[in-house]
Design a protein around this ligand. Sequence first.
Ligand SMILES: CC(=O)[C@@H](O)[C@H](O)COP(=O)(O)O
Ligand SMILES: NCC(=O)COP(=O)(O)O
Length: 248
Amino acid sequence: MTALSVNLNAVAQLRNRRDLPWPSVTGIARIALDAGAAGITVHPRPDGRHIRRADVHDLAELIAAEYPHAEFNVEGYPTDEFLELATSVSLHQVTLVPDDPQQATSDHGWDFRGKANFLADIVRGLQADGRRVSLFCDPDAGPDDISAARDTGAARIELFTGPYGGCIEDEDAAAHELEAMRRTVDDALAKGLAVNAGHDLTLGNLPAFKTVLPEIAEVSIGHGLTADALILGFGEAVRQYRAILETD
Ligand SMILES: CC(=O)[C@@H](O)[C@H](O)COP(=O)(O)O
Ligand SMILES: NCC(=O)COP(=O)(O)O
């Protein structure tokens, strides 16, 4: 079974359009967890464009108090500020991502060989207190990269699935991406790393992904799931507004 961790960045970004408390990030977290999601993911960025520090604290408190079996996964580049936030709340997994502060979104995995010592120190510190660390990884990472990822001491890698998610209506390209990820996953599993995955996964591309890569421990999905939720729920919202307006 692959666990679904719902990424709430897009919900927070929608809320931040106004100085109003909706959509509520903790409210949508409740809906996701009540629907059986295994966990919640957030990726606070230095400019606070979506998830804010307060959201991380509120979600950690909600999960600890009301959803003790759910996992809270916090992603980000390990600045001092990020590490202070990640270690000041109750969470289960920290996913380290090599993002530049200016980046629009995550678009590559770690250079594991080049950053070996930097990552090993941070992984040791985070895992010493019982947090699991996952490291963002290119989908076609080679054997030397995976060995270096394992040598950091991290328990997991997270495959960057953006190139696969970007294969819109191109089955050959999608199959090529799946093959590359299959090789990376085989190597990682053989070296004792568990594998997460995420970025641009959707209802449309998840079935083939799950068929080819059934051993993925967890996928985190936000943008696509939020877009699908709008489509699945927009009609009902319109019906409820009409029910108020169309009475005489
Ligand atoms: C690490 C990763 O893959 C990202 O998907 C990230 O969590 C999304 O970040 P944004 O929501 O800021 O694009
Ligand atoms: N860790 C990856 C993740 O959370 C995916 O986010 P999204 O691309 O689905 O928004």
